[in-house]
Design a protein around this ligand. Structure first.
Ligand code: SF4
Length: 150
């Protein structure tokens, strides 16, 4: 299997598995811990990140085994994507599902990760591993630079 030219402009349901994987911008935002307000269901992102995220590369260090290591780690697909209102509003899957173009900073568009870094899209240098935060203290780490826009 291979990727076709400008595959990211195709509808999501026409992507092959390689193209689907390649659509991810590697921001790491979906690996942040989230809190849900029980009164209004609003999702709040925290700066606390999964212990398995390589914070420099913003890639999972155990991608193939992630669901064994973290049972509630999500495998994003066409079926669950419409239900996931907490997905960051910058997420490539969300954007394409909503029929929007990828932003100029996306590595597939810009050709590298520099614009992403300049635009502070990645979580690098802005997060703390869950290893160092007690679950009850998550609320103290709520951030505003990621939003689910739901
Ligand atoms: S938020 Fe979306 S684009 Fe960013 S790492 Fe997660 S799946 Fe990939």
């Amino acid at each position: 299997m291979s990727v076709s030219e400008k595959f990211w402009e195709k509808p999501l349901d026409l992507l092959n598995s390689e193209e689907w994987e390649a659509l991810c911008d590697g921001c790491g935002r979906c690996c942040l811990k989230k809190l849900i307000n029980s009164r209004n269901e609003q999702v709040h992102y925290t700066r606390v990140v999964c212990r398995y995220l390589d914070q420099e590369k913003c890639r999972c260090q155990s991608y193939e085994r992630r669901q064994i290591l973290v049972p509630d780690c999500l495998v994003l697909d066409l079926q669950n994507l419409p239900l996931l209102h907490w997905i960051p509003d910058t997420c490539a899957y969300r954007l394409r599902y909503e029929g929007k173009a990828l932003p100029d900073w996306h590595p597939l568009v810009s050709g590298n990760r520099e614009a992403m870094k300049r635009g502070q899209i990645t979580v690098t240098n802005k997060v703390i591993s869950e290893e160092y935060v007690h679950e009850k203290g998550l609320e103290e780490h709520i951030i505003r630079w990621v939003s689910a826009a739901c």
